[in-house]
Design a protein around this ligand. Structure first.
Ligand code: C2O
Ligand code: CU
Ligand code: CU
Length: 468
């Protein structure tokens, strides 16, 4: 019996019914699937709402699907509407969105709107589960600044697995203030959802449930392995989201050009900031403008991760300057006046460490307990939270509902994103980060936790109760 490779070769040489598209043919040889830049970037679909009584209504069904990630292979995934990543919702500031989520999976789930200013009942909390066969309506008022949010699974002890299997997608809020800036829009405003995955030979995901980092060697952008994107020689806006379980990336461009950051988790920065690299930890967002106008058609620029080796970036994707086009968009010097939060008020400290006895990640010596409230901030008051990292891992610390600004880092000068609104703030190994945080809009119970999902599940999460 000839091997698959030989068979393929024979087929190609014979040219018989071997009308295999070359991409697929290469994929079948196995090794070729590892070569970068073989597949075009895909852009997650944008859902069309049913508009009714001043609201936008959506239905999203969680179900198993076999999705194409690696060329020529099918990966069994847990999806929203059969897509990986899930479809995008585009919302307008001030216009309510209602999402009915239907669970056709075999496991209970709950979906959180990360970065959303929503009531506890629609926050998608760990035990607020939709059982298999059930459904639930989530109400999102969108009474908040334009920003790149995302929705993802938040199931108690199972967020790591459920996200790895595919349960996440983008939720973008737009507003007139931002429209007026004339930033690149439409097909020049592109989300880049960055994830890493490990695959078995048959193309299925290889997942380990563990308190340790969940890492994969394959880098995916919008659910495709190290893709390429053909661009025009003009400005583009890219919305970067790190939707990985555990991995942090330090993003940079292969030609040394800056990534001009314009927004962070909570929306626009006061002014664009050109950065030679941007570090992005799970659930953090950074929006950048890349101007390709200086490059002749034919130029290829790789977006890579230099976190492990500055000199040897690992490619995430490639931009191919493919055509000339006029550029009516602009990048203004000032984007949005941003209030700077000051210290003062209640101060709280959070010690972050691994407990060797119970093999759990803990906050202030405690594992997550759904029956315990850890802190009670007052609605609308600014507090100071101090995260002390007593471990050698990075912890991207996230608060639901609240917005943070970084006041101080023990190991670094403030980052450009620290000056904007954050819902997730990375705390480097052995470092201390001091943030100002404010909870607005709703009272009630919310979570705060490390967004390394392996840590979150085991069990680096606490509860806060916003009180009037
Ligand atoms: Cu994106 Cu509580 O999480
Ligand atoms: Cu959140
Ligand atoms: Cu952590």
């Amino acid at each position: 019996m000839p091997s698959r490779r030989e068979f393929l070769k024979m087929g190609l040489i014979a040219g018989a019914s071997a009308a295999l598209p070359i991409e697929r043919a290469l994929a079948l040889t196995g090794t070729a699937t590892r070569a970068p830049f073989q597949v075009p970037l895909r852009i997650p679909s944008v859902l069309t709402p049913r508009r009714h009584a001043g609201r936008d209504h959506y239905v999203m069904t969680m179900r198993r699907a076999r999705v194409e990630i690696l060329p020529g292979k099918r990966t069994p995934a847990w999806t929203f509407n059969g897509e990986f990543p899930g479809p995008t919702i585009k919302a307008r500031r001030g216009r309510e969105v209602v999402v009915k989520r239907v669970n056709k999976l075999h496991v209970p789930t709950t979906t959180h709107l990360h970065g959303g200013k929503v009531a506890p009942a629609s926050d998608g909390q760990p035990l607020d589960l939709i059982e298999p066969g059930g459904s639930k309506k989530y109400f999102y008022p969108n009474d908040q600044d334009a920003a790149t949010l995302w929705y993802h699974d938040h199931t108690h002890h199972r967020a790591s697995r459920n996200n790895y299997m595919g349960l996440s997608g983008l939720y973008i809020i737009e507003d007139p203030e931002e429209d007026e800036l004339n930033l690149p829009k439409g097909r020049y405003d592109i989300p880049l959802v960055i994830q890493d995955r490990a695959f078995k030979r048959d193309g299925s995901f290889r997942f380990h449930d563990d308190h340790d980092d969940v890492l994969g060697k394959r880098f995916l952008v919008n659910g495709r392995p190290t893709p390429y994107l053909r661009v025009a020689n003009r400005k583009y806006r890219f919305r970067l989201l790190n939707a990985s379980n555990s991995r942090g990336y330090t993003l940079s461009l292969s030609n040394g050009a800056p990534l001009v950051q314009i927004a962070t988790d909570g929306g626009l920065l006061a002014a664009p900031y050109p950065a030679s690299s941007i570090e992005l930890w799970p659930s953090e967002r950074a929006e950048v403008v890349i101007d390709f106008s200086a490059y002749p058609v034919g130029t290829q620029i790789v977006l890579g991760d230099i976190s492990e080796d500055m000199a040897d970036p690992k490619p995430l994707m490639r931009f191919d300057v493919a055509r000339e086009e006029a550029d009516p968009s602009s990048l203004p010097m000032l984007l949005k006046p941003t209030e700077r939060l000051m210290g003062g008020g209640t101060e709280r400290e959070f010690d972050l460490r691994f407990n060797l006895d119970n093999q759990r990640w803990e906050i202030n010596g405690k594992v997550f307990d759904p029956n315990r409230i850890d802190v009670k901030p007052r609605l609308g008051e600014t507090e100071v939270w101090i995260f002390r990292n007593s471990s050698s891992a990075t912890h991207p610390m996230h608060v639901h509902l609240g917005r943070m600004q970084v006041l101080e880092r023990s190991n670094l000068a403030l980052l450009p994103s620290d000056l904007g609104w954050k819902d997730t703030v990375r705390v480097d190994p052995s470092a201390t980060v001091k943030v100002a945080v404010r909870f607005e809009g709703f009272t009630g119970r919310y979570m705060f936790h490390c967004h390394n999902l392996a840590h979150e599940d085991h069990s680096m999460m606490g509860q806060l109760k916003v009180i009037a």
